[in-house]
Design a binder for this molecule. Structure first.
Ligand SMILES: *Cc1c(COP(=O)(O)O)cnc(C)c1O
Length: 393
């Protein structure tokens, strides 16, 4: 199909929930994407922090292809080897004891919400438990996940949402404390807020939350869907705060493009039992084979060390850019999850960047978000900065 025909065909049938860019992506190579007109783009979005390994990782591709030939799906009425292996690996990497595999990040959040409620229910039999979430957070679009997402515009048309959710100020421990009641069963947050505008949590805040949760027997839920899987230079972002959450949600880069997410917990809070939760596809052999290949590649390529190095370089370069351009108001982030806040509309810069052959995305608050494949090299950072400069001039 011609590019314009593809776009028209899509627009004539897809529910219009996205304002898509008029680009039809065709294939990827290394850390570059090509559209149907063979235009080449440097990819600094990675399909929204998903394609960690880039587009030319042979070990990943082979693992997925071999599993397609072997067995794609079994249902969870039976065991399968890729899921067993993936479960072992992801629990070890997170420091958690138990995992439930989902098909998306949103579903991981749904599971985590059910888990914290069930944990509290087991203690006191009440059904009026409360969850504290953060303002400017993002946890997904289903009714449960939306209920803990601190964004009024996303929530407004869909009320009533699930009850008992209170929103605290991010990085403000007193604000969280003031919302705690004898019904609070969970506190959920991203250690580095992504969609909300690239805001890292302070050490005092994370450690303060941990202490608060210990004191009140509240479960601390870390949404690592975007900031996890090596993106900040640690396998999981909370690991840089010297704390262990009770529940961890993962997705995005876990499957490197295949739909797999997970929620994990410590043994003491593994409150869900047969009949409480389920998923037909969740953790099927195909997606788990992908996740295994991803986790193996992290080790093989020593990706977290690589992210620390290239992330620090990106940080320096963006600091320089911020000093150079008045239209950049602020620069924040960790590793390969950084953002610059602009005084000019980010939408215009993003469109200009596409013309220059650079894919970047936005985050809330007029922020350009940099979440490239984790395998990018310093030369790609240089290329991105050169292209971005042209767009800001
Ligand atoms: C993307 C994202 C989600 C939702 O994940 P989906 O796979 O889109 O359902 C939840 N939390 C955070 C922090 C995210 O970035």
């Amino acid at each position: 199909m011609e590019t314009q025909t593809i776009i028209q065909t899509a627009e004539s049938s897809l529910l219009h929930t996205y304002n898509r860019f008029p680009i039809v992506l065709d294939h990827g190579e290394d850390v570059y994407l090509y559209d149907t007109d063979q235009k080449k783009y440097l990819d600094f979005a990675a399909g929204i922090a998903v394609f960690a390994l880039g587009y030319s990782n042979d070990a990943y591709k082979t693992a997925v292809k071999e599993q397609v030939d072997k067995l794609v799906h079994t249902s969870n009425l039976f065991y399968n080897e890729p899921a067993a292996k993936a479960a072992k690996k992801i629990t070890q990497l997170t420091g958690m004891d138990r995992v439930f595999f989902t098909n998306s990040g949103t579903e991981a959040i749904e599971g985590a919400i059910k888990l914290v409620r069930k944990y509290a229910y087991n203690k006191d039999g009440r059904t009026d438990h409360e969850i504290i979430a953060m303002k400017h957070s993002f946890h997904g679009r289903s009714m449960g996940a939306l209920s803990v997402t601190g964004n009024d515009a996303y929530q407004a048309p869909f009320k009533p949402l699930i009850g008992g959710v209170r929103f605290a100020e991010y990085n403000n421990l007193e604000s969280v404390k003031s919302l705690i009641t004898d019904r609070t069963c969970g506190i959920i947050l991203e250690a580095l807020q992504g969609e909300g505008g690239i805001y890292p949590a302070s050490k005092e805040f994370m450690q303060g939350l941990r202490a608060l949760c210990d004191e009140h027997d509240i479960l601390l839920v870390c949404d690592e869907i975007q900031c996890g899987m090596g993106r900040t230079g640690n396998m999981f972002c909370y690991q840089s705060y010297d704390i262990l959450p009770d529940v961890v949600c993962v997705a995005k880069a876990l499957g490197n493009g295949l739909p797999i997410g997970a929620f994990l917990c410590r043994e003491e809070c593994a409150a869900l039992v047969p009949g409480d939760h389920g998923s037909t596809y969740g953790g099927n052999p195909l997606v788990c084979a992908a996740a295994n290949a991803v986790m193996d590649q992290f080790e093989e390529l020593n990706l977290t060390a690589h992210v620390k190095e290239v992330g620090a370089y990106l940080y320096e370069q963006l600091e320089q850019l911020t000093a150079e351009f008045d239209c950049i108001k602020d620069h924040r982030g960790i590793g390969l999850m950084q953002g610059i806040e602009l005084t000019i509309p980010v939408g215009d810069v993003i469109k200009k960047a596409q013309k220059e052959g650079l894919i970047i995305i936005s985050a809330s608050g007029n922020v350009i978000r940099f979440v490239p494949p984790l395998v990018i090299e310093k030369k790609h950072v240089d290329e991105m900065i050169a292209k971005l400069k042209k767009c800001l001039q």
